[in-house]
Write a protein that binds this ligand. Structure first.
Ligand SMILES: *[C@@H]1O[C@H](CO)[C@@H](O)[C@H](O)[C@H]1NC(C)=O
Ligand SMILES: *[C@@H]1O[C@H](CO)[C@@H](O)[C@H](O)[C@H]1NC(C)=O
Length: 390
């Protein structure tokens, strides 16, 4: 007798629902167990990565929380958003330091930073750049909170969730729906991508399944430039290897933004993967194809280019502006596609190694790549946090 299949089909969604993993954004408990053992044994390259992170952990850090954060407008008084990204980097470093060592002084310091912002911030404003601030700092703040959420000395999780759902999430959601009133291709991919990452991250932090679904569905089939098939819009095949190289939407614009696209695609992939949603695997590993394209070009190799036109103009060749820029973003992608999946990610590996060498043995994080916003677009420290083995 055949099993009544409808029973299985009907029960599966119930089992899969409302079972969010915590911590479950960029890092899980299994990750922290691995990291602690490498740090304890002082094994490189993880230990070098640990020393880089530890240099930014500071139990005496004083946050500079403000009620209004302003980015990009001449009327900002002042344009104070660097305070926010520096405080988030400090909260994240302190929260990880607490996770790895158990030292409560660092847990308390991370809590003090997050609580200061939860209790103070009411508005993110500025030019259209306010949506970049809402996306970039939204996903990072949620990640800092998610790393700290198991700390018994912290009672501020609910306040952080309330603030993030009041200030950041509505902006993230609104941007993905309305794109600040502009034509759909006015905003380049990174604008959507950071808002997808933030909406998803806040959804996990807050156990808000609606927000998670909105972010995942938009990434799969949204109309803006951050949806997967728009962010990586044409697939080339490498002659020698048959490997897919995915041309990113911003390739003809400049490489700083192309690298940022890959940074954010990695964040979205990792956050979702840790909740059991494998966006990395979509469309025959399309995120990897994009990464291999961008990293190949940014390590000095030629890549194919298809003419790209949007409402801002036409690019007939890849832009060499910013080529070879250093961002701590490849360890995450390498760890997933090679470490977990066993795929050939040689261009990602080449870029990873350039950045690791630049950092004298490991990726650094916020504060190690200059004081301007680009150095803080990604949380970094990927050698310590993502590398699986050598
Ligand atoms: C959960 O997320 C959705 C957006 O996807 C939002 O409409 C809703 O207000 C959020 N819930 C709370 C309590 O903020
Ligand atoms: C991995 O891909 C590169 C080209 O992208 C190729 O040169 C190399 O031989 C491949 N490695 C293996 C082990 O197949």
């Amino acid at each position: 007798m055949k099993a009544p299949r409808f029973l299985t089909v009907a029960l599966l969604p119930i089992v899969g629902c409302n079972a969010l993993v915590h911590p479950g954004l960029l890092h899980t408990n299994a990750d922290f167990t691995r990291i602690r053992s490498y740090v304890k044994a002082k094994t490189d390259p993880w230990y070098t990565g640990w020393e880089k992170l530890a240099a930014h952990a500071n139990a005496d850090y004083t946050p500079g929380a403000a009620a209004v954060v302003c980015r990009g407008a001449s009327w900002c008084n002042p344009e104070n958003y660097p305070v926010l990204y520096r405080d988030i980097a400090a909260a994240y470093a302190n929260a990880i330091y607490w996770q790895v060592t158990g030292d409560t002084a660092y847990g308390d310091a991370a809590a003090a930073i997050l609580d200061a912002w939860s209790g103070t911030l009411t508005t993110v404003t500025g030019s259209s750049d306010k949506y970049l601030a809402a996306g970039l700092y939204g996903y990072q703040l949620a990640n800092a909170g998610e790393v700290l959420r198991g700390y018994g000395g912290w009672s501020g999780l609910d306040s952080l969730i309330d603030m993030m759902q009041a200030v950041f999430l509505p902006m993230n959601s609104d941007f993905l729906v309305n794109h600040n009133g502009a034509v759909i291709d006015h905003y380049w991919a990174n604008w959507d991508l950071c808002n997808i990452a933030s909406l998803h991250a806040i959804g996990v932090l807050a156990d808000n399944q609606t927000a998670i679904n909105q972010a995942v569905n938009y990434f799969k089939s949204g109309v803006g430039m951050g949806a997967l098939n728009n962010a990586i819009w044409t697939i080339h095949t490498e002659d020698t290897s048959g490997k897919h190289l995915g041309q990113v939407q911003e390739a003809g614009r400049d490489q700083g933004h192309s690298l940022l696209d890959i940074a954010l695609l990695g964040v979205i992939g990792q956050q979702a993967y840790n909740q059991g949603e494998d966006l990395f695997a979509l469309e025959d590993n399309q995120i990897l194809a994009g990464a291999e394209y961008v990293f190949k070009y940014n390590t000095g190799h030629d890549v194919p280019f298809t003419t790209y036109s949007n409402s801002q103009g036409t690019a007939t060749s890849i832009s060499s502006s910013g080529r070879g820029g250093i961002r701590p973003i490849a360890e995450l992608i390498y760890a997933h596609y090679n470490g977990v999946r066993g795929l050939n990610v040689s261009w990602t590996g080449e870029y990873r190694d350039v950045v690791v060498e630049d950092g004298n043995g490991a990726e650094g994080g916020g504060g190690d790549y200059g004081s301007t916003s680009g150095g803080y677009d990604q949380l970094g420290f990927g050698t310590l946090l993502f590398r699986l083995d050598d």
